[in-house]
Design a protein around this ligand. Structure first.
Ligand code: PMP
Length: 426
């Protein structure tokens, strides 16, 4: 009975597709017209339409627009993930990351996954269940890492500030002394609040107390200075889709010798097979073994694109990139203040150059403003995230979008929204 019903609904679904036949290529159409089909779930009508992805100005906290050169690299023909040419490309990526991170760490790779993959890889490999972890929470990213560490059974302690707050070295040292964590996490570019956290001296404190220092630079790498080796950062990661300007889906990460000592001398296996650094270090040729063996199939196109984005950064130079982001951010601040808007982070030295946060102007609904800007200007800006929701609107101008005329477009769109979205007008 049920099978008969399935057949009937499949026939009906096929019939309801009849209208699409005109636009369909002949072989598909022929397949549709086959009287007796062994499949009960028909091809969905949406799959018989071409892919549509609009061109949009991505002026939010990421992903950012990707330069044509990087898109072209990602569109090159696939090669095998274990071919020698691919190893060469992975070796290039490793060198590109070492430059971007300012590190000579051998254990430097790109995760097959987004920034979250790097977050989980860092925590899963360096922490064992029951160990103490200290997390600085001043926006969503600390909270996210705290949850990741809790899920794998760590004993998590949080230092909490409201979004946009930052931690003094003295505060950090006091809490490290109290909880004696094996790992301390801090976000360099807190994209949910628009804060760029000072880094100097924290690595030394962690070293003094035999604690690993883990830093998130997903939103800041390439836009604000970071020096992994000089700043004694033990584990550093980023994402591909922000100032690096590659498509989302790969995430550079690096471990120094101290971090390797801890993660390769564990009593227990990491909870994730995919993110286990014993395998990944071999896959990336970092373990000194003569042969790389199959672990998983890396995102070949994603690695092509990542390589190209790292090449662009190497060609233009890190210092030039930091300067460009800082100068454009200053230009944007002047424009925003000119519109009567208030910057959310009062101290300009603590503002994240890639993602600027503004306080929501009084008398406006931020959702309505953002929708207006998207509808009338084809520009994405966003609201807050996690604890900063309802507190801020975020404008991201990074990498390819770090251009004066794009800042002008963002300012023009905001000015228009301020004129047309005031609540009393509604
Ligand atoms: N950390 C920070 C600071 C971020 O801004 C983001 C992404 N917005 C992430 C981590 C997570 O990265 P992904 O979305 O690529 O997983």
């Amino acid at each position: 009975m049920q099978r008969a019903l399935f057949r009937r609904s499949a026939q009906l679904a096929h019939q309801s597709l009849e209208g699409c036949l005109v636009a369909r290529s002949a072989p598909v159409a022929q397949r549709q017209e086959r009287p007796m089909s062994s499949v009960t779930v028909p091809p969905p009508a949406c799959m018989l339409r071409p892919l549509e992805a609009p061109l949009r100005h991505l002026f939010g906290p990421g992903p950012s627009n990707v330069p044509p050169r990087v898109l072209a690299a990602g569109g090159r023909p696939i090669i095998g993930h274990l071919h020698p040419e691919m190893y060469e490309i992975m070796n290039d990526i490793k060198k590109g990351i070492q430059y971007a991170f300012q590190t000579e760490n051998n254990m430097t790779i790109a995760m097959s996954g987004s920034g979250h993959a790097a977050m989980e890889c860092a925590v899963f490999n360096t922490v064992e269940p029951g160990e103490n972890v200290l997390v600085a929470v001043n926006g969503i990213w600390g909270e996210r890492v705290a949850e990741i560490a809790e899920r794998m059974g760590a004993n998590v302690h949080r230092m909490v500030k409201s979004p946009g707050g930052y931690f003094s070295n003295k505060e950090i040292e006091q809490v490290i002394e109290k909880h004696k964590p094996v790992l301390f996490f801090l976000t360099h570019g807190e994209s949910s609040a628009g804060l760029c956290h000072p880094m100097d001296g924290i690595g030394d404190i962690c070293r003094k107390h035999d604690c690993l220092f883990l830093v998130d630079t997903v939103a800041s790498l390439g836009a604000a200075p970071i020096f992994m080796d000089q700043q004694n950062i033990d584990i550093l990661y980023t994402g591909s889709q922000k100032a690096l300007n590659a498509p989302p889906g790969t995430a550079p990460i690096s471990f120094n010798e101290r971090a390797c000592q801890k993660m390769f001398n564990r009593k227990t296996k990491p909870v994730s097979y995919l993110f286990d650094m014993t395998h990944l270090s071999n896959y990336w040729g970092c373990d000194g073994k003569p042969a790389r063996v199959y672990h998983h199939t890396g995102p070949v196109s994603g690695f092509f694109a990542l390589r190209e984005s790292l090449a662009i950064l190497a060609e233009s130079g890190l210092e030039a990139s930091w300067k460009k982001h800082k100068e454009l951010a200053a230009y944007l601040y002047r424009g925003l203040e000119g519109l009567g808007l208030k910057l959310f982070i009062p101290d300009r030295d603590l503002r994240l150059p890639s993602v600027t946060t503004i306080a929501i102007p009084e008398g406006y609904d931020w959702r309505e403003m953002l929708m207006y800007i998207m509808k009338n200007h084809n520009i994405e800006m966003t609201g807050g995230l996690g604890p900063s929701i309802g507190m801020v609107m975020r404008i991201g101008l990074m990498g390819y979008n770090c251009e004066k005329y794009k800042a002008d477009m963002a300012l023009h769109a905001l000015a228009d929204a301020l004129k047309n979205c005031k609540k009393s007008k509604a």
